[in-house]
Design a binder for this molecule. Structure first.
Ligand code: A2P
Length: 312
């Protein structure tokens, strides 16, 4: 788990980070502190997860317990959809909650803006129940505001999340700073090879969210996965994380369970046979777990989500 990747800014990023989505307040600060004590140096957060205060406490506890400095950690957070027209305001809220002066990476959480004055601060809906989106606001305009943050010292690098290849192409055609990373759902049931290849070619690090297949993952019982786990002497979860690192994809497993946090850190090297065994899992069909429930099309090839949208 000492593997590090290099961002297009030149900064190093640990190939394994702790995910904090769906980590409940009351549990997440202990999980973050435990992860840092275990050896994790990378924590993935988001304003929308609603737990950044506690994540911040966990970071503080972890640093105190280990004697490490802030600069020894890599912290990412994400701009939420209702803040696309108020980018720096949302960053400041995250920094305040996290108790940090800067983040190492700031990502656009989804390539779509939502009405900032909607009925719900996180997921505003229209009276008919559909998402209250602001389709006039293009992701590229928001990204250009994120570029300006690089001058403030409050973010060391910027990137995106949930961008298809099509959206990345559109974005790259109009922006100045190539995103340092694209965080997408990724696991053997949704390898998204086309995006991974495109990002590799452009020098964009791919970060896997739900790297284990999320809560109740069918992958943990998958025959190919358990076979590789047995062969390498690790748990199925660790075998899955090893798959990501072997293909050059950064993995962000979420756990609030101390034993799993420790287990997940023991990424092992896979042989090419073991890697192809895990790559063949998707041959029977792909499975997206986190559906973008926005009612619009983000340009992913596996499903037509609805009305067309564009990044630029
Ligand atoms: P918990 O947080 O209760 O430990 P993903 O990172 O793909 O979203 O998956 C997160 C889910 O997988 C959570 O429910 C988490 O549970 C569980 N989990 C995390 N690590 C492991 C592991 N090594 N083995 C089995 N389940 C795990």
């Amino acid at each position: 788990a000492d593997t590090v990747f290099t961002l297009n800014t030149g900064a190093k990023i640990p190939a394994l980070g702790l995910g904090t989505w769906q980590s409940a307040p009351g549990e997440v600060s202990a999980a973050v502190a435990h992860a840092i004590k275990t050896g994790y140096r990378h924590i993935d957060c988001a304003w929308c997860y609603g737990n950044e205060d506690e994540v911040g406490q966990g970071i503080k506890e972890g640093l105190e317990a280990t004697g490490l400095k802030r600069s020894d950690l890599f912290i990412t957070t994400k701009l939420w959809c209702t803040y696309h027209t108020r980018v720096e305001e949302n960053l400041d809220l995250s920094l305040k909650s996290l108790g940090l002066e800067y983040v190492d990476l700031y990502l656009m959480h989804w390539p779509v803006a939502m009405n900032p004055n909607g009925n719900d601060p996180k997921f505003p809906k229209k009276p008919d129940g559909s998402r209250d989106l602001d389709l006039e606001r293009k992701p590229a305009a928001t990204y250009k505001e994120m570029e300006k943050l690089l001058q403030t010292g409050k973010v060391k690098a910027i990137g995106v999340s949930n961008f298809s290849k099509k959206f990345l192409e559109q974005l790259l055609s109009v922006v100045d700073v190539v995103p340092a990373a694209n965080q997408i759902e990724n696991h053997p049931l949704l390898p998204q090879q086309e995006i991974v290849d495109f990002c590799t070619e452009k020098g964009i690090i791919v970060e896997a969210y739900s790297p284990l297949g999320s809560t109740g993952s069918p992958l943990l019982k998958n025959e190919s996965v358990t076979k590789v786990a047995e062969e390498t002497g690790v748990s199925p979860g660790t075998a899955l994380l090893s798959y990501h690192v072997a293909r050059g994809v950064l993995a962000l497993p979420k756990s609030v369970t101390p034993a799993r946090i420790e287990q997940n850190f023991n990424v092992v090297k896979l042989t090419s046979e073991q890697l192809s065994a895990l790559e063949s899992v998707s041959k029977a069909g792909t499975q997206r777990i986190v559906y973008p429930q926005f009612g619009i099309n983000f340009g992913f090839p596996d499903k037509d989500y609805g009305a067309p949208h564009s990044a630029a």
